[in-house]
Write a protein that binds this ligand. Sequence first.
Ligand SMILES: [Zn+2]
Length: 296
Amino acid sequence: MKPIIQEPKMLVRIMAGAIILLLAGNIGSYLVLSARISALAGSMASTTDKLQLAIDQTHQSLSSTLTAQEQNVGALQQQLGGFQSKVGDLSGTLNTLQKLSQTDPELLKKYSKVYFLNDNYVPSHLLEIPPAYEYSDAKQLLIYSNVLLHLEAMIEAASSTGIKLYAFSAYRSFAEQKALKGDYTVVYGAGTANSFSADQGYSEHQLGTAVDMITTGLGGALDGFDRTPAYQWMLNNAYKYGFILSYPKNNGYYVFEPWHWRFVGLKLAADLHTQGKNFYDLDQRTIDTYLVNIFD
Ligand SMILES: [Zn+2]
């Protein structure tokens, strides 16, 4: 036998066989590979679908979360608005309370023979009435500090229309009042004095917010003030400066005192004027609602 390699035909066959084998192997590999690729492609397609679905779902979930968040923000903003307005209300209430705590509640109290100021009561702030507004310079008159500007404005306004108005009496301490009542008692007797002027303005003068007004031509007397143009001017204008007539004509509680004016604040005086009512006609509860604004 000749060696295999020496047989060219055989060699060719062997080589051809080898090539066929090689090719067959490659084809097999190719087929396997192709199947794998196709499987991979299928898998990828399904993965892509799944991814897309996941993305869609995430997007949907995110956008619904966003909407919910936006609604929350809206609700929060609304709550905040409500809260801010509550804070506003609260600070308004606090201001009112603070103002009230600094306002003497006695200033708008109704006084009578049954209910009057404590003997020891002294107003917190008193100021001297400038001599130009006083009828006599014999005695320095004092008035509740916040009332002075209103009294001056009233007298100036009257003066600008030719009406002469002066303060005749203003703040009176308990001791002065007692001495004054003593004088009346001596002159008229106890029974009359008790129902007469010494008692009437008692508490209001002790408060420092009441003024007895006088005009020229009366010889320095209060009596007859109601027959003067000054009195008419006061009836028509005093309310604009916060003053009211405590004991008007034909009232049911006290003797008519045309000269005795009490400061009750611009708002209350104006309301009384508009409604044609007297201070002592109102119930105390209604009057008290004006206290916080008495010096506005
Ligand atoms: Zn008086």
